[in-house]
Design a protein around this ligand. Structure first.
Ligand SMILES: C[S@@+](CC[C@H](N)C(=O)[O-])C[C@H]1O[C@@H](n2cnc3c(N)ncnc32)[C@H](O)[C@@H]1O
Length: 219
């Protein structure tokens, strides 16, 4: 379940257009069925980059750079670290982002995102979690101390994508059990429990795209 069609169209129509490189990326996603974060959440990434005056961003799961391009559109300087275990996607990202009109530098890390974050001390202004759903909480656990106070962690796919959303609703609203053998829904449930139970962060779910959980570090 995502936004009702007319509301999703409205958000899209009132939101920012793709730049030319993003349009190429979006066309590729349509053609190949690649699951980018999409323009609704992308516009939120740009907004957060502006609001935090972001200069340091880390992504868990970057694909070919679509989400990074949205962060970049809200930044005047700094660096975005992209992580991806598919080397071909990362190469595409290098090409797309080099051809775009973006201010920050990009660092491309090939390999496991959750291992890669160990090589960075932060502080990060913004973090995107968009890799394996069953490892979201693990990623958050590793990065939370590296997010500066006032910084924000965004996690994608909390209302749709590879998850059983009705079961997730019952779990969070009624406390019912989760389906067995569904690691992705369990991963999102565990992630939401983790960030909502962390006193250093305030978390709000925004139902744009496939749903993002936005967690602001307050202490
Ligand atoms: C849903 S896609 C989103 C990509 C990007 N954030 C975007 O919006 O276009 C997730 C990507 O994460 C990559 N991925 C999944 N688990 C990963 C991991 N542990 N380390 C690095 N990349 C990973 C996948 O190969 C895939 O390209």
């Amino acid at each position: 379940m995502t936004l009702p069609d007319d509301l999703a169209r409205f958000v899209r129509a009132t939101g920012p257009d793709h730049d030319p490189i993003q349009q190429e990326m979006a066309d590729y996603a349509d053609e190949h069925g690649f699951p980018t974060i999409g323009p609704g959440p992308g516009a939120v990434l740009r907004l957060l980059a502006r609001l935090t005056a972001a200069e340091s961003v880390f992504e868990f799961g970057s694909g070919y750079g679509y989400s990074a391009s949205w962060f970049a559109r809200g930044m005047d300087a700094g660096e975005i670290v992209l992580t991806e275990f598919d080397a071909d996607e990362l190469d595409m990202g290098r090409d797309f982002l080099a051809r775009g009109d973006y201010a920050p530098d990009f660092a491309f890390v090939h390999g496991d995102a959750v291992a890669a974050v160990d090589d960075y001390d932060g502080p990060f202004d913004l973090v995107l979690i968009d890799h394996q759903k069953e490892r979201y909480a693990e990623a958050f656990g590793k990065v939370r101390e590296k997010v500066r106070p006032g910084g924000v962690v965004v996690a994608d796919n909390v209302v749709a994508g590879p998850i059983d959303f009705p079961a997730l609703v019952d779990y969070v609203a009624e406390g019912t059990g989760l389906p067995e053998d569904d690691d992705e829904t369990a991963g999102i449930a565990h992630y939401l429990d983790t960030v909502r139970g962390d006193d250093a962060f305030e978390t709000t779910v925004l139902p744009v795209g496939e749903g993002i959980a936005v967690s602001n570090r307050i202490e």
